[in-house]
Write a protein that binds this ligand. Sequence first.
Ligand SMILES: *[C@@H]1O[C@H](CO)[C@@H](O)[C@H](O)[C@H]1NC(C)=O
Ligand SMILES: *[C@@H]1O[C@H](CO)[C@@H](O)[C@H](O)[C@H]1NC(C)=O
Ligand SMILES: *[C@@H]1O[C@H](CO)[C@@H](O)[C@H](O)[C@H]1NC(C)=O
Ligand SMILES: *[C@@H]1O[C@H](CO)[C@@H](O)[C@H](O)[C@H]1NC(C)=O
Ligand SMILES: *[C@@H]1O[C@H](CO)[C@@H](O)[C@H](O)[C@H]1NC(C)=O
Ligand SMILES: *[C@@H]1O[C@H](CO)[C@@H](O)[C@H](O)[C@H]1NC(C)=O
Ligand SMILES: *[C@@H]1O[C@H](CO)[C@@H](O)[C@H](O)[C@H]1NC(C)=O
Ligand SMILES: *[C@@H]1O[C@H](CO)[C@@H](O)[C@H](O)[C@H]1NC(C)=O
Ligand SMILES: *[C@@H]1O[C@H](CO)[C@@H](O)[C@H](O)[C@H]1NC(C)=O
Ligand SMILES: *[C@@H]1O[C@H](CO)[C@@H](O)[C@H](O)[C@H]1NC(C)=O
Ligand SMILES: *[C@@H]1O[C@H](CO)[C@@H](O)[C@H](O)[C@H]1NC(C)=O
Ligand SMILES: *[C@@H]1O[C@H](CO)[C@@H](O)[C@H](O)[C@H]1NC(C)=O
Length: 377
Amino acid sequence: MGIYILYVVFEICICIVFKAHAIAPNETEYNEEELINNIFENITAIADSTLILQCPKKSNETEWKLLNDNNTNGKTLQTNSNVLEFRPVSPADKGIYACFTNKTWIVKKYNVTVLERPHFIKKMQKLILKPAGNTVRLNCKAGGIPPPNITWYREDKSPPKRELGDIKTNHWSLTLEDSVLSDKGNYTCVVCNIVGCINFTFVVEVVERYHNTPILTNGLENSTVSVGSNVTLKCESVSDLHPYITWTRFYNDPNNSELLQKSDSGNVGPEVYQLINVTHEDEGWYACFISNSLGTTSSSAYLQVVDEPTIFKEEPPNFFTIGIVAAIGAVVVISVITFMCIHFRQKIKREKREKMIAVETARAAIKTTQWTKKSYY
Ligand SMILES: *[C@@H]1O[C@H](CO)[C@@H](O)[C@H](O)[C@H]1NC(C)=O
Ligand SMILES: *[C@@H]1O[C@H](CO)[C@@H](O)[C@H](O)[C@H]1NC(C)=O
Ligand SMILES: *[C@@H]1O[C@H](CO)[C@@H](O)[C@H](O)[C@H]1NC(C)=O
Ligand SMILES: *[C@@H]1O[C@H](CO)[C@@H](O)[C@H](O)[C@H]1NC(C)=O
Ligand SMILES: *[C@@H]1O[C@H](CO)[C@@H](O)[C@H](O)[C@H]1NC(C)=O
Ligand SMILES: *[C@@H]1O[C@H](CO)[C@@H](O)[C@H](O)[C@H]1NC(C)=O
Ligand SMILES: *[C@@H]1O[C@H](CO)[C@@H](O)[C@H](O)[C@H]1NC(C)=O
Ligand SMILES: *[C@@H]1O[C@H](CO)[C@@H](O)[C@H](O)[C@H]1NC(C)=O
Ligand SMILES: *[C@@H]1O[C@H](CO)[C@@H](O)[C@H](O)[C@H]1NC(C)=O
Ligand SMILES: *[C@@H]1O[C@H](CO)[C@@H](O)[C@H](O)[C@H]1NC(C)=O
Ligand SMILES: *[C@@H]1O[C@H](CO)[C@@H](O)[C@H](O)[C@H]1NC(C)=O
Ligand SMILES: *[C@@H]1O[C@H](CO)[C@@H](O)[C@H](O)[C@H]1NC(C)=O
């Protein structure tokens, strides 16, 4: 029984050692000739992904360098590691990288090119509301590597067309001058480079002139800010007639309000109200009133002021730590197995000894009886 358990444990030990071998990655070993033929490699990576360069030759003196434009005398980045990692890679990481096995011997050079998917540079507003006759300008300014191109659609048709007038396009923007009601619709920009495409759809509304109270396009929203910050409240509207904007603050009692700002009082703009270095006293309800000769539109929201949040720095999972944990785990497993091996071996020894003792005792007993018998007679 003991021997059988020992055998099983032994099997497990062998199995673990074997598995560990199987998990270890196999090293790609190049010979010298292959190295000379493949000394240069073009690598293309996409920004924000992980890039790992692996030196084909292992050495205890491996050195990674970023070579300058003249391909010589680079800056040393890292020593003693077979791999050079970029987590994540950024467009600024482009360049010629080389790994050296000793101070003078280049094993391999990598020409790293970093591409970037297109992204919009400015936050864009979906609803574009204009009184007839005004100019509508849609802007989809975007960046990316290589620089992306732009295609405009109106309701899935490209190029966009209008019943009256022209459409002007200028690099990132599309302009409709003297807008009319029939220009209403969805206008989409599709921005592409070889990495991918992004798009944005504007909903253009053209409203008739002289028939409306001001129309709010972007009203106030509840917000939470921290003490000491600056806050800009904004009420955007469209109106043909010059709108008159006032900003008011309400206190708990509805009759208790304070006029904060009126149009033409020389402030940043009639559409915004600024609070500098806010304190808890600034918390409360704020409203904007936009009036023209046909009526008034308003918007209000609650501003909450909180203490500076405590920032918890969350450590990203560290590969070093993971390695240590794995190592400790391995040590524990091996210790347990070793302990079991020793324990069972001892148990077997003990059982053997006990058996021997039993046999010896029995033998002795027989001898004794015989001897006793002899002596009696
Ligand atoms: C490991 O070696 C096998 C056979 O030798 C090969 O097919 C495989 O591509 C190698 N893997 C790596 C990561 O080099
Ligand atoms: C690397 O790219 C350059 C320029 O794009 C090209 O001339 C060269 O042949 C490429 N080399 C390899 C090994 O692909
Ligand atoms: C690298 O290994 C060689 C022998 O294999 C030894 O002579 C040399 O001192 C080692 N260099 C370093 C930096 O450990
Ligand atoms: C690189 O080469 C150019 C001429 O080819 C030279 O003007 C420049 O100084 C060199 N730069 C370095 C860092 O050696
Ligand atoms: C560097 O290594 C190469 C090949 O491994 C060898 O020919 C050369 O002499 C070495 N140079 C030095 C300075 O050790
Ligand atoms: C590296 O790659 C870029 C882009 O493909 C190319 O313009 C440049 O000439 C290459 N540099 C060398 C030294 O081959
Ligand atoms: C424009 O897009 C919206 C959704 O974003 C859709 O509800 C509307 O029907 C579209 N208008 C036209 C004229 O296709
Ligand atoms: C824009 O770039 C993409 C990707 O490079 C290409 O497929 C497409 O034909 C280009 N479109 C125009 C209008 O140039
Ligand atoms: C716009 O992007 C969405 C995904 O973000 C995609 O489903 C849609 O097909 C794109 N539209 C066009 C016109 O490219
Ligand atoms: C708030 O605005 C004031 C004056 O414009 C400026 O001095 C201060 O640095 C700003 N504070 C913050 C947190 O932006
Ligand atoms: C903000 O207000 C606090 C308290 O009123 C004051 O101590 C601090 O100096 C102010 N900071 C700025 C940048 O005005
Ligand atoms: C704004 O905040 C007030 C007070 O906290 C709350 O009563 C109201 O429901 C909020 N409105 C929105 C749209 O979240």
